[in-house]
Design a protein. Structure first.
Length: 142
């Protein structure tokens, strides 16, 4: 078995870091501003200063935040580029939405998918009162 790549390790670290409710709250507060003072976190979070330090350390190790010290004060900045990279990685795993043909089959699949859809459009038109009018609907699927 081959060891995971550096990208996979960083993605798992980011997910672990974001999986905690306190750290998620910290990230949400950082997303609302350019730079967040540690004193703001002390006022808004229901945890002690050492616990805030612990959580910000995990976020920093995961690469989600950068820390700046000015005198005795710490300031945190959300690394949005890391979040965008993670979103891009996730999006690469899930294919783009694809249109479904009128027959109910995915257009990109070489093998047909059998679905009973012939009666549904008629029932929908009758329920909407559009018995004489045809409407086109595109169904997207992942």
């Amino acid at each position: 078995m081959t060891p995971p790549s550096a990208d996979a390790v960083s993605a798992t670290e980011v997910f672990k870091a974001l999986g905690d409710p306190i750290r998620w709250s910290i990230v949400q507060q950082m997303a609302a501003t350019d730079e967040l003072a540690c004193s703001t976190l002390e006022e808004t979070l229901p945890i002690s200063k050492p616990s805030i330090s612990y959580h910000t350390k995990i976020l920093s190790q995961a690469g989600l935040i950068s820390t700046r010290k000015q005198g005795r004060n710490f300031f945190y900045t959300l690394r949005r580029d890391v979040l965008r990279g993670l979103i891009d990685d996730i999006w690469a795993l899930a294919p783009e939405p694809r249109a479904v043909a009128d027959s109910g089959q995915l257009e990109h699949k070489p093998t047909p998918i059998r679905r009973r859809r012939a009666a549904a459009p008629t029932r929908l038109r009758q329920a909407a009162g559009d018995e004489g009018r045809e409407s086109e609907v595109t169904l997207l699927t992942w």
